[in-house]
Design a protein around this ligand. Structure first.
Ligand code: NDP
Length: 262
């Protein structure tokens, strides 16, 4: 299936590892040029160079903290330098660990800035570029936790839920400019971070990190396995394409059966 993504320009945040990196590779494999953002420059620049070489696309690395206005401005400027973006994937984000009773205001604010304000600021800066190019696609990588919370990360649950509603609201505003906005809610996706955590948690009890991950999958997902970053990236790539032209203002779950409601 030709997805018609060759020569398009995609901005992906949190693109140096895990899901963002898999989306970058998936789009590059379709011939899409890239603007990739993350805070850690070394890893990001190495991946951008590797992807450009492997797929014959251009890949610009922008070292930026998306939780700050300055960071998002740098990303918007890099996209403008390439002629403007056609695709924006707000992927940067991270889990949390706290209780509502103990977490200070500063922590709530930090996650609001990372999960919500980054998407608000990037939409404000990049949607006008898309409009000038005749339209575009914006996607938000929220989480199944936006609707089915995990007890240990209330700030993550709440901020991802806000991101999901932001996606819906933005969609209504931007469809008049031929910009399709959607949200993806993933379940358990096996990124290097999950492996690192599993190794840490099992280090003092025999080191069976694979057994730990299997137990997590058994508990949460009816498929009894984690998804791969590539399985999730495939959905982002499809939704980025004109093949998904009637997908507007929705949230798509990619969770191996983890969602407990209809
Ligand atoms: P990883 O921790 O593996 O990667 C996160 C990426 O985001 C890295 O490139 C990181 O680079 C970047 N990043 C983090 N904070 C910032 C910031 N402030 N500014 C710019 N870049 C940043 O995460 P995953 O791939 O696992 O997750 C990606 C997204 O998917 C997240 O939003 C997460 O909530 C969501 N998700 C993940 C699931 C999973 O099971 N893995 C399930 C559901 C949703 P650097 O640190 O160098 O900045």
């Amino acid at each position: 299936m030709d997805l018609g993504l060759r020569g398009k320009i995609a901005v992906i945040t949190g693109a140096s590892v895990g899901i963002g990196l898999a989306i970058a590779e998936g789009l590059a494999a379709e011939g899409t040029d890239l603007v990739l953002a993350a805070r850690g420059g070394e890893r990001l620049e190495a991946e951008a160079a590797r992807i450009a070489e492997k797929y014959g696309v251009s890949a610009t690395a922008v070292v930026a903290d998306v939780a700050t206005a300055g960071g998002t401005e740098a990303i918007i400027a890099a996209a403008a330098e390439k002629g403007g973006a056609d695709i924006l994937i707000n992927n940067a984000g991270t889990g949390s660990n706290e209780t509502v009773m103990e977490a200070p205001d500063e922590k709530w604010q930090a996650y609001w800035d990372l999960h919500v304000m980054a998407a608000v600021r990037l939409a404000r800066g990049i949607a006008p570029q898309m409009k000038r190019r005749g339209g575009g696609v914006i996607m938000h990588n929220a989480s199944i936790c936006a609707v089915q919370p995990l007890w240990y990360e209330p700030i993550y649950n709440v901020s991802k839920s806000a991101l999901m509603m932001f996606s819906k609201t933005l969609s209504t505003e931007l469809i008049q400019d031929n910009i399709r906005v959607n949200c993806v809610n993933a379940g358990l996706i096996l990124t290097p971070d999950w492996i690192k955590t599993a190794k840490q948690l099992t280090a003092e009890t025999g080191g069976n990190w694979e057994g730990y991950l299997q137990a997590v999958a058994n508990e949460h997902a009816s498929s009894k396995r984690f998804g791969t970053p590539e399985e999730l990236a495939n959905v982002f790539v499809f939704l980025s394409s004109e093949r998904a032209s009637y997908c507007i203002g929705s949230t798509y779950f990619v969770d191996g059966g983890m969602l407990k409601t209809i």
